[in-house]
Ligand binder design. Structure first.
Ligand SMILES: [Zn+2]
Length: 260
């Protein structure tokens, strides 16, 4: 099922993040050695292949210790003597100090690299990112444990009515306690009239899930389900051009089935 796949995907992503955070913790655990650029001292030119662009320990902090050669004018020297000739979203471009020819792209540091090589101030900031990420993962786990996804008709209550309209409403999107998580208090709530029958944490672009939930509602209530209402919001449609069309088609199919 598509929904299960997506939920699984989100969990896998979260697990990866968790792993990355754990690794940062391990790398960062009380080792004074990591404060110094150990093992990355400049190597003599003769031992380095100037055409090689990838060295195992080279990063934003350590490239200055490496030896480079300009492919245009033949200048040779340390990364520290190169000049920044440009930058992109994720990297800085270093060039030859003599002719400004591009020498290399240097990726901006990852959180793990900041924790390992950064200044005391940078490390403190990076530690803040790690803490925030941990909190976010814990909150996410807690929320999905408390409000599990709707995956089966058995989770839904029996409703004694000939015609059933279920409304899916967004609640609390953008209302936060903290400034960095706009989804913190956000839910998608299923209502029958004013009675809440299910609730899941909300997220961006959920129309696919709407469709899956619609099938589950259909399975549960059969032809008595006459509509599964949802407002056509930014968060329902997300970046998809066909989202609202699919949602409308689904809703139309409910009334069609009934009139057959
Ligand atoms: Zn040059």
């Amino acid at each position: 099922m598509r929904l299960t796949y997506t939920i699984h995907y989100v969990y896998v992503t979260m697990k990866r993040l968790k792993k990355a955070v754990d690794e940062m913790d391990t790398e960062n655990s009380g080792s004074e050695k990591t404060d110094k650029l150990e093992g990355v001292a400049a190597e003599p030119a003769a031992e380095m292949d100037p055409t090689k662009t990838s060295y195992p320990n080279k990063n934003y902090y350590t490239y200055k210790k490496y030896h480079f050669k300009c492919r245009k004018c033949g200048w040779e020297g340390l990364g520290a003597d190169t000049v920044v000739v440009g930058d992109a979203i994720n990297c800085e471009v270093i060039g030859c100090p003599k002719c400004r020819w591009l020498i290399e792209h240097i990726s901006f540091p990852t959180t793990a690299e900041v924790l390992k090589y950064g200044s005391a101030e940078d490390k403190k900031r990076a530690q803040g990112w790690v803490e925030r990420e941990k909190r976010r993962i814990a909150d996410w786990d807690e929320k999905w444990t408390k409000y599990p996804d709707l995956e089966s008709p058995d989770q839904l209550p029996d409703i004694d009515a000939d015609e059933i309209i279920i409304s899916l409403r967004e609640e609390g999107i953008g209302k936060t306690n903290t400034k960095d998580d706009i989804w913190e208090n956000a839910f998608l709530v299923f209502y029958w009239g004013e009675r809440e029958i299910w609730r899941v944490p909300a997220w961006f672009e959920y129309y696919n899930h709407y469709l899956t939930w619609g099938e589950i509602l259909k399975e549960k209530y059969g032809e008595r389900l006459v509509d599964f209402e949802a407002k056509e919001t930014v968060d329902l449609g997300g970046d998809s051009f066909s989202a609202f069309k699919k949602v409308r088609e689904f809703r139309a199919s409910l009334s069609k089935e009934r009139s057959r």
